[in-house]
Design a protein around this ligand. Structure first.
Ligand code: GLN
Length: 401
């Protein structure tokens, strides 16, 4: 079939029009470590405990609900902020779990995943020259979002002790300047698996009290908190919720990371600015998935059962790792387990992960990928959102080290 009106097919770059190379907006950014490690894991046929995603199916009731919505003809643009039934279901969940009322009409926006929620929140409030405090190790989308907004990231490093990673709040307080516009926090924390406690929140509140500093709270792992801890959502604390964008994700909660749907809850004034950017950033998020999620959310059991479900995976994985030469750090939340490998190898973290994937057949993520400046702690992250048989296969390989 003739697919072109011209006689010859040309390539996109065949005409030399003297185009100057683009000046990159993110010159220090390469392909994300998650994509790189997943590609290597596939190439080497390694057990992929690198990129965080489940290797098991979601509840079939969820795709059934989405399919029903599609078949019912719910396939056109939804309202810009998301369909109202989903926003209402989100508001109800936050009310029940965290005793905080958000107005579904004006204070909740459905996003194309947590990452878009973070980018849009940062773009809507960070102006060129503004400073944003980032606590490292930090999820890899934070700094590019700040830089795209023209802001300046100011880093504070978590400390690692016997009880794992913790935030040194005094250093956070010391990092504040008149230019600080936003502070970004993340609990349960990727990659460390640490969770903020009430004492952390108390210190955070004291730091922000009386300032104009906004808060971005990444809570995409909100339903994965273990043992006797509870999720200290910022929504629980009126004085903090009043200045916060709270970001969450359905992908993590319902085992559908590829659907890329999440939400941002924020007071009306912040949500209004968020939506100004959101409407020209993604405009809307796909309709049938929103209807499917709204009906699936009527039953709270799936998200309430998530913590015991993942806690047993964590326990299985940790019990196996205890028989290896890796040193375990705590994993009080998320589906990530950090380990210290210094008894096994002197390699830098990224090289260790490449070696582990290639030679041992288990992919992991270097913690150094979550720092801006080179930093080697001899710690890597495994994801345990996997079938038990996958975890056991990985453990068998790791036990040879
Ligand atoms: N959030 C996932 C992780 O931490 C990765 C998502 C992505 O690949 N961007 O592994």
């Amino acid at each position: 079939m003739n697919t072109t009106t011209q006689d010859t097919i040309h390539t996109a770059h065949s005409a030399d029009i003297g185009l100057a190379p683009l000046v990159s907006k993110l010159p220090r950014v390469g392909t994300t470590i998650f994509t790189v490690m997943s590609a290597l894991a596939t190439e080497k046929k390694a057990v992929n405990l690198g990129q965080g995603f489940p290797d098991f199916a979601c509840d079939p009731a969820l795709p059934d609900a989405v399919t029903k919505a599609m078949r019912d003809g719910l396939n056109q643009y939804p309202p810009m902020a998301g369909i109202l039934p989903l926003r209402e279901a989100i508001a109800k969940k936050i009310h029940t779990l965290y005793q905080c009322d958000y107005d579904a009409a004006t204070e909740i926006t459905v996003t194309a995943g947590g990452t878009q929620g973070v980018l849009t929140a940062v773009l809507c409030c960070v102006h060129p020259g503004d400073e944003v405090i980032v606590i490292e190790p930090a999820y890899d989308c934070y700094v590019p979002a700040i830089e795209l907004a023209g802001g300046k990231p100011v880093f504070v490093q978590m400390e690692v002790g016997e009880n794992g990673y913790s935030v040194p709040w005094k250093k956070v307080a010391a990092a504040i300047t008149p230019k600080t516009r936003l502070l970004m926090i993340n609990s349960p924390h990727n990659p460390t698996g640490s969770v903020l406690r009430k004492t952390d929140i108390r210190q955070l509140a004291a730091i922000l009290r009386g300032t104009q500093i906004l808060l971005l709270s990444d809570e995409v792992y909100e339903h994965m908190v273990y043992d006797d801890h509870r999720h200290e959502s910022i929504c629980r604390y009126p004085e903090l919720a009043a200045r916060a964008f709270v970001v969450s994700s359905f992908g993590k909660t319902y085992h559908v990371t590829g659907w890329k749907v999440g939400f941002v809850a924020a007071p009306a004034m912040l949500s209004a600015e968020f939506r100004r950017v959101h409407q020209f950033n993604v405009f809307t998020v796909n309709t049938p998935v929103q209807y499917g999620l709204a009906s699936y959310m009527e039953d709270p059991t799936p998200y309430l059962d998530l913590a015991p479900f993942y806690q047993s995976k964590r326990d299985l994985f940790r019990a196996g790792l205890a028989n290896t030469r890796f040193k375990l750090l705590p994993s009080n939340g998320t589906y990530f387990q950090c380990v210290d490998y210094r008894a096994i190898s002197d390699l830098p973290e990224a090289e260790f992960c490449t070696w582990l994937t290639t030679e041992v057949g288990v992919a992991a993520i270097p913690i150094s990928a979550f720092y801006q400046e080179p930093r080697e702690s001899g710690i890597v992250r495994f994801c345990y959102a996997k079938k038990d048989q996958t975890l056991l296969a990985a453990l068998e390989r790791l036990s040879t080290l």
